[in-house]
Write a protein of this length. Structure first.
Ligand code: ZN
Ligand code: ZN
Length: 145
């Protein structure tokens, strides 16, 4: 099903929540791909970090025939989209990144067109999950993100 590797020739991508009620089909190319270590992502997803892909919102089609998708609005005006049936956290959008939909890479069922490029919010990365110090990716702090 899902694959961690990428295909530079991929032209579309598909994502879905755990129960499959919420689905996304999007056209590539993607805009960027990053591992986010911010505390908001850690808490929203219950994980050490979250890998996100940035997509053109205009190239994304979300299907939610049963109306399970809800958006949690944070005080930062950022919104996190999740499935109220199975609890999967799927999407992020914010006025800070107009025209973009950010999608959780772990929910993809097809390959992306690029590999991860950067660690962001590195100053809050956890010390209980080892990350390869030689992965070659830059470590950015919040102020440069
Ligand atoms: Zn679901
Ligand atoms: Zn984050």
């Amino acid at each position: 099903m899902s694959s961690p590797s990428f295909d530079p020739h991929a032209t579309t991508v598909h994502a879905q929540c755990l129960c499959g009620a919420v689905q996304l089909d999007a056209k590539l190319p993607s805009l960027w791909l990053s591992h986010c270590h911010c505390q908001r992502c850690q808490r929203a997803h219950g994980s050490a970090f979250v890998t996100w892909v940035g997509l053109e919102a205009a190239h994304c089609e979300v299907r939610d025939p049963q109306g399970f998708l809800r958006w949690y609005l944070a005080e930062t005006q950022a919104e996190r989209g999740f499935c109220t049936h199975c609890g999967s956290t799927l999407f992020f959008r914010s006025p800070r990144w107009p025209g973009e939909l950010h999608v959780v890479v772990a929910n993809l069922t097809t390959r992306l067109d690029r590999a991860p490029q950067v660690h962001t919010h590195w100053e809050t990365h956890v010390d209980w999950c080892a990350i390869d110090p030689n992965d070659g990716l830059p470590r950015r702090r919040s102020e440069d993100a």
